[in-house]
Design a protein around this ligand. Structure first.
Ligand SMILES: Nc1ncnc2c1ncn2[C@@H]1O[C@H](COP(=O)(O)OP(=O)(O)O)[C@@H](O)[C@H]1O
Ligand SMILES: [Mg+2]
Length: 193
Protein backbone atom coordinates (compact mmCIF):
# COMPACT_ATOMS: atom_id res chain seq x y z
CA UNK A 1 0.00 0.00 0.00
CA UNK A 2 1.24 3.42 -0.89
CA UNK A 3 0.82 6.09 1.77
CA UNK A 4 1.58 8.99 -0.47
CA UNK A 5 3.07 9.71 -3.82
CA UNK A 6 4.56 12.70 -5.47
CA UNK A 7 3.40 13.54 -8.95
CA UNK A 8 6.25 14.87 -10.97
CA UNK A 9 4.93 17.70 -13.03
CA UNK A 10 7.00 18.59 -16.04
CA UNK A 11 6.92 22.33 -15.60
CA UNK A 12 8.48 24.32 -18.33
CA UNK A 13 11.47 26.56 -17.81
CA UNK A 14 13.21 26.93 -21.11
CA UNK A 15 12.97 26.59 -24.82
CA UNK A 16 13.13 22.79 -24.45
CA UNK A 17 9.41 22.94 -23.68
CA UNK A 18 8.35 20.63 -26.50
CA UNK A 19 10.83 17.98 -25.32
CA UNK A 20 9.52 18.24 -21.74
CA UNK A 21 5.98 17.78 -22.99
CA UNK A 22 6.90 14.37 -24.31
CA UNK A 23 8.18 13.11 -20.95
CA UNK A 24 5.35 11.32 -19.15
CA UNK A 25 4.53 12.27 -15.55
CA UNK A 26 6.05 9.73 -13.14
CA UNK A 27 5.71 8.96 -9.45
CA UNK A 28 8.25 8.28 -6.73
CA UNK A 29 6.55 6.38 -3.97
CA UNK A 30 7.21 5.85 -0.29
CA UNK A 31 5.64 2.80 1.30
CA UNK A 32 3.12 2.95 4.11
CA UNK A 33 5.27 1.17 6.67
CA UNK A 34 8.18 3.58 6.19
CA UNK A 35 8.42 6.73 8.30
CA UNK A 36 8.23 9.85 6.18
CA UNK A 37 8.15 13.65 6.38
CA UNK A 38 7.86 16.60 4.03
CA UNK A 39 9.12 20.16 3.73
CA UNK A 40 8.98 22.89 1.09
CA UNK A 41 11.29 25.85 0.62
CA UNK A 42 12.05 28.37 -2.15
CA UNK A 43 15.06 30.11 -3.64
CA UNK A 44 15.10 33.30 -5.70
CA UNK A 45 18.34 32.79 -7.68
CA UNK A 46 21.01 30.34 -8.78
CA UNK A 47 23.28 31.36 -5.92
CA UNK A 48 20.51 30.83 -3.36
CA UNK A 49 19.96 27.35 -4.79
CA UNK A 50 23.67 26.58 -4.40
CA UNK A 51 23.55 27.83 -0.80
CA UNK A 52 20.55 25.58 -0.09
CA UNK A 53 22.54 22.70 -1.60
CA UNK A 54 25.53 23.49 0.64
CA UNK A 55 23.33 23.40 3.74
CA UNK A 56 21.99 19.97 2.82
CA UNK A 57 25.37 18.73 1.62
CA UNK A 58 26.96 19.51 4.98
CA UNK A 59 24.49 17.09 6.61
CA UNK A 60 25.02 14.19 4.17
CA UNK A 61 26.51 11.02 5.60
CA UNK A 62 27.82 7.77 4.14
CA UNK A 63 25.07 5.81 2.38
CA UNK A 64 22.64 8.72 1.96
CA UNK A 65 20.60 8.80 -1.25
CA UNK A 66 19.20 12.05 -2.66
CA UNK A 67 16.71 11.81 -5.55
CA UNK A 68 16.26 14.87 -7.73
CA UNK A 69 13.37 15.40 -10.12
CA UNK A 70 12.22 18.36 -12.17
CA UNK A 71 12.36 19.14 -15.85
CA UNK A 72 15.35 20.34 -17.91
CA UNK A 73 16.67 23.59 -16.49
CA UNK A 74 14.90 23.13 -13.15
CA UNK A 75 18.16 23.41 -11.20
CA UNK A 76 19.08 19.80 -10.36
CA UNK A 77 22.72 20.20 -11.36
CA UNK A 78 22.90 23.62 -9.71
CA UNK A 79 21.61 22.14 -6.43
CA UNK A 80 24.02 19.21 -6.80
CA UNK A 81 26.95 21.63 -7.06
CA UNK A 82 25.95 23.00 -3.67
CA UNK A 83 25.42 19.50 -2.25
CA UNK A 84 28.91 18.41 -3.28
CA UNK A 85 30.59 21.59 -2.02
CA UNK A 86 28.72 21.38 1.30
CA UNK A 87 29.75 17.74 1.62
CA UNK A 88 33.37 18.80 1.06
CA UNK A 89 34.13 17.70 -2.51
CA UNK A 90 37.58 18.70 -3.72
CA UNK A 91 36.26 19.45 -7.22
CA UNK A 92 33.10 21.19 -8.41
CA UNK A 93 30.63 18.79 -10.03
CA UNK A 94 29.77 19.19 -13.68
CA UNK A 95 26.88 17.52 -15.42
CA UNK A 96 27.63 13.81 -15.84
CA UNK A 97 25.16 13.48 -18.72
CA UNK A 98 27.58 11.61 -20.98
CA UNK A 99 29.30 9.50 -18.33
CA UNK A 100 26.16 8.82 -16.23
CA UNK A 101 28.00 8.70 -12.90
CA UNK A 102 30.76 10.98 -11.63
CA UNK A 103 32.65 10.30 -8.41
CA UNK A 104 34.06 12.94 -6.03
CA UNK A 105 36.33 12.75 -2.99
CA UNK A 106 37.06 14.96 -0.02
CA UNK A 107 40.14 15.62 2.08
CA UNK A 108 38.77 14.70 5.50
CA UNK A 109 38.02 10.96 4.95
CA UNK A 110 37.68 8.17 2.41
CA UNK A 111 33.97 8.72 1.82
CA UNK A 112 32.81 9.20 -1.77
CA UNK A 113 30.14 11.36 -3.38
CA UNK A 114 28.51 9.98 -6.55
CA UNK A 115 26.52 12.17 -8.93
CA UNK A 116 24.36 10.28 -11.44
CA UNK A 117 22.31 11.76 -14.28
CA UNK A 118 19.73 9.33 -15.65
CA UNK A 119 18.41 11.64 -18.38
CA UNK A 120 19.79 9.51 -21.19
CA UNK A 121 18.71 6.15 -19.82
CA UNK A 122 16.14 4.38 -21.94
CA UNK A 123 14.82 2.37 -19.02
CA UNK A 124 15.65 0.45 -15.88
CA UNK A 125 17.29 -2.42 -17.79
CA UNK A 126 19.62 0.21 -19.25
CA UNK A 127 20.21 1.55 -15.72
CA UNK A 128 21.24 -1.88 -14.45
CA UNK A 129 23.87 -2.13 -17.18
CA UNK A 130 25.49 1.11 -15.98
CA UNK A 131 26.33 -0.36 -12.58
CA UNK A 132 24.22 2.18 -10.67
CA UNK A 133 22.95 -0.65 -8.44
CA UNK A 134 26.47 -1.11 -7.09
CA UNK A 135 26.67 2.60 -6.32
CA UNK A 136 23.26 2.46 -4.58
CA UNK A 137 24.57 -0.44 -2.46
CA UNK A 138 27.89 1.30 -1.73
CA UNK A 139 28.59 3.34 1.37
CA UNK A 140 29.07 6.55 -0.63
CA UNK A 141 26.64 9.45 -0.87
CA UNK A 142 24.57 9.23 -4.08
CA UNK A 143 22.71 12.11 -5.75
CA UNK A 144 20.57 11.13 -8.75
CA UNK A 145 19.13 13.50 -11.36
CA UNK A 146 16.02 12.18 -13.21
CA UNK A 147 15.60 9.68 -10.37
CA UNK A 148 12.12 8.69 -11.57
CA UNK A 149 13.91 6.64 -14.25
CA UNK A 150 15.41 4.19 -11.76
CA UNK A 151 12.43 3.73 -9.48
CA UNK A 152 12.46 -0.04 -9.30
CA UNK A 153 16.10 0.06 -8.17
CA UNK A 154 15.49 2.37 -5.20
CA UNK A 155 16.17 1.10 -1.66
CA UNK A 156 13.92 1.76 1.37
CA UNK A 157 15.36 5.09 2.48
CA UNK A 158 15.86 8.21 0.37
CA UNK A 159 15.40 11.97 0.35
CA UNK A 160 13.46 13.15 -2.69
CA UNK A 161 13.66 16.78 -3.83
CA UNK A 162 11.31 17.84 -6.58
CA UNK A 163 12.23 21.21 -8.11
CA UNK A 164 9.49 23.33 -9.61
CA UNK A 165 9.13 26.91 -10.81
CA UNK A 166 8.04 29.95 -8.86
CA UNK A 167 7.79 33.56 -9.97
CA UNK A 168 10.73 35.58 -11.39
CA UNK A 169 13.28 32.81 -11.85
CA UNK A 170 12.54 31.36 -8.43
CA UNK A 171 12.44 27.67 -7.65
CA UNK A 172 10.32 25.66 -5.24
CA UNK A 173 11.94 22.66 -3.57
CA UNK A 174 9.52 20.02 -2.33
CA UNK A 175 11.25 17.55 -0.03
CA UNK A 176 9.98 14.11 0.88
CA UNK A 177 11.99 11.98 3.27
CA UNK A 178 11.25 8.26 3.19
CA UNK A 179 12.71 6.02 5.88
CA UNK A 180 14.18 6.75 9.29
CA UNK A 181 17.58 8.04 8.23
CA UNK A 182 16.09 10.34 5.55
CA UNK A 183 13.60 11.78 8.07
CA UNK A 184 16.52 12.54 10.42
CA UNK A 185 18.47 14.10 7.53
CA UNK A 186 15.54 16.31 6.53
CA UNK A 187 15.14 17.50 10.14
CA UNK A 188 18.81 18.51 10.18
CA UNK A 189 18.47 20.33 6.85
CA UNK A 190 15.44 22.29 8.10
CA UNK A 191 17.24 23.26 11.29
CA UNK A 192 20.50 24.30 9.57
CA UNK A 193 21.26 27.86 8.56
N1 LIG B 1 16.56 29.96 -8.57
C1 LIG B 1 17.30 29.23 -9.42
N2 LIG B 1 17.84 28.06 -9.00
C2 LIG B 1 18.55 27.29 -9.85
N3 LIG B 1 18.82 27.57 -11.14
C3 LIG B 1 18.32 28.74 -11.60
C4 LIG B 1 17.56 29.60 -10.77
N4 LIG B 1 17.21 30.67 -11.49
C5 LIG B 1 17.73 30.47 -12.71
N5 LIG B 1 18.41 29.33 -12.78
C6 LIG B 1 19.08 28.82 -13.98
O1 LIG B 1 18.43 27.60 -14.38
C7 LIG B 1 19.39 26.72 -14.92
C8 LIG B 1 19.42 25.43 -14.12
O2 LIG B 1 20.26 24.55 -14.80
P1 LIG B 1 20.61 23.11 -14.27
O3 LIG B 1 20.95 23.15 -12.83
O4 LIG B 1 21.62 22.54 -15.21
O5 LIG B 1 19.19 22.36 -14.46
P2 LIG B 1 18.89 20.79 -14.55
O6 LIG B 1 20.08 20.05 -14.05
O7 LIG B 1 17.69 20.61 -13.69
O8 LIG B 1 18.59 20.51 -16.00
C9 LIG B 1 20.74 27.42 -14.88
O9 LIG B 1 20.95 28.05 -16.12
C10 LIG B 1 20.55 28.45 -13.77
O10 LIG B 1 21.39 29.58 -13.91
MG1 LIG C 1 21.25 18.50 -14.87
Amino acid sequence: MISHAIRITNRLFTKQASLCDRIPAMMIECHENASSSQWTTETASTSETEILGKRIGAELAAGDLVLLTGTLGAGKTCLTRGLAIGWGALEQPTSPTFTLINEYHRARDENRFFHADCYRLSGEVDAVSTGIEDVIDSDGVLVVEWAERIQSLLPESWLHIEIGASRDNGRVFSFTACGERAVELLEKCRASR
